[in-house]
Structures are given as structure tokens and as C-alpha cells.
Write a protein that binds this ligand. Structure first.
Ligand SMILES: [Zn+2]
Length: 252
């Protein structure tokens, strides 16, 4: 192991390998059908498995369902990316979203994250809605103020929409790496979010500007995510969220 890499780390169990949970939020059909295969093939190259948090409304056809099922059979975890984050009675209930996702994959779902696109994360209300699903873990922003039954995962680093969008591929990766190493040094564990849609569309620029950026292949996550997996694969253990959950529960 590269010892130089470990010097800034002050974690008390220096001999214990640090773990990084990989999260992908599947927010739209485009991300699911076009972006997700890029992530899967990159992770396959490095023998890595991650967790895809899926909105139930992106699974529109029998073919989508079988893609999702194959993903689970291949060792990836599928979690719920909750649309109805406040339990609004005009939308399908959070419990019915969970039930539908479980029926798609034909097995249990272990965790939930809130989707920012429809209603978004609404603090305590969303924590309570997620907690009511009775799953193993949940992740939002920070921690709830009440004592939740569900395990709360550490808040993710937004590799794409924070670092690469704001600072570009080179500087963004550098800043991401610094924050990741700092978090690993402090806790021995970190979680990282990357959306599949940014493997086929530029994460940089707004509106119409995205088109030329995409054509120039600027601000796409492919190279930078590849670089991240390649550079860290021997230094940390990449894990699915359910594994991070078991890892952190064991330390409690
Ligand atoms: Zn989302």
C-alpha cells in the first residue's frame, strides 16, 4: 500500500481499510436507459459493485424491468429513490413506491434516499417519511433531530453536480479528492454520489449551453469517474450501501 497516501489520515484504526460507498441516483428514463450502462461497464472493469437508487417512474417497460433485474443479479444493489418525500396524499404513497420497486426486482430493498427533482428533501418531514418505511438504512442531508429506527448513512459527496459542475473535470476532481481523503481520515468511511445521466450529457453549463458542451465531450463523468475508480481501487474498498450499513453497524 502507498504509505504516503495514509500520512494525512488520523483515523485510530490505521490498519483497517477505508471504505467508500458508491451511490447513483437514477432520476429519469434517459439516465436509466442511456447513462446507467456506462457506469455498469466501468464498474465491471474494476470489479466494483455499487448501489443504484431508482425512482419507480423511470421503469416504464418490461424491458426496463428486466434490465433492473439483471443489475441485481449481477451484484448491484437497487435502493428506493423516493419521489413522495413528504407523504403528499395526491401522489402514490411512499410505501407503495417501495412495494412497486420490490416487485420490479423480485426481492427486498434495504435503503432509501430522497429524490430532489419532484418535491425534494424537506428536513424532518422527509426523515420521518423515510423512517416510516422500516428499511435498514436511509440517507438524506445530515441527521434527523428525532431518534430514528432506521440507520442514517453518512451524507454523500456530490462528485458530479458539486465538484465537476462547479470546478470542471480537472480542478473538480482535485477538490473532490481532497474532501474525500479528509472525510476518510476523519471517519474511515465516505459515500460518493454520481448520476448516470452525466455520462451521456454534460454536467456543466445550463439549458442550451449543455448541447455544445456535450458535443465537445466537456463535463461528462466518464473519464473522471474512471480515473477515480482506477486511482482508489487499491487504496480503499468500494462498497454497495448495504455493505457500508453492515460495516458501520458492526462498529457501533
Ligand atoms: Zn434524484
Amino acid at each position: 500500500m502507498d504509505t504516503k497516501f495514509l500520512t494525512p489520515f488520523t483515523h485510530r484504526n490505521r490498519d483497517v481499510r477505508q471504505v467508500v460507498g458508491l451511490r447513483h441516483d437514477v432520476d429519469d428514463v434517459y439516465g436509466f436507459r442511456r447513462g446507467l450502462p456506462h457506469i455498469v461497464s466501468l464498474e465491471e472493469i474494476y470489479g466494483v459493485r455499487s448501489t443504484f437508487f431508482v425512482r419507480v417512474d423511470v421503469i416504464c417497460s418490461g424491458k426496463d424491468q428486466s434490465v433492473l433485474k439483471r443489475l441485481v443479479d449481477g451484484g448491484w444493489e437497487v435502493g428506493l429513490h423516493l419521489i413522495n418525500t413528504v407523504g403528499d396524499s395526491r401522489l402514490p404513497s411512499p410505501a407503495s413506491e417501495l412495494e412497486l420497486l420490490q416487485s420490479f426486482i423480485g426481492q427486498q430493498v434495504y435503503g432509501v434516499t430522497p429524490c430532489g427533482k419532484t418535491i425534494g428533501f424537506k428536513g424532518e418531514v422527509t426523515w420521518r417519511v423515510m423512517d416510516s418505511l422500516g428499511l435498514n438504512y436511509m440517507e438524506g442531508y445530515g441527521k434527523p433531530e428525532f431518534e430514528a429506527k432506521t440507520f442514517v448513512m453518512p451524507t454523500h459527496l456530490s462528485f458530479d453536480i458539486h465538484y465537476v459542475r462547479r470546478f470542471g473535470e480537472v480542478e473538480g476532481y482535485q477538490k473532490f479528492k481532497e474532501d474525500l481523503m479528509q472525510q476518510l481520515g476523519r471517519n474511515g468511511v465516505a459515500t460518493v454520489l454520481v448520476h448516470p445521466e452525466w455520462f451521456v450529457r454534460s454536467v456543466q453549463g445550463k439549458g442550451l449551453l449543455k448541447i455544445p458542451l456535450t458535443l465537445l465531450r466537456k463535463g461528462l463523468m466518464n473519464k473522471v469517474y474512471d480515473k477515480f475508480l482506477c486511482e482508489f481501487k487499491d487504496k480503499v474498498d468500494f462498497k454497495r450501501y448495504i455493505e457500508i450499513y453492515h460495516h458501520l453497524k458492526a462498529k457501533e
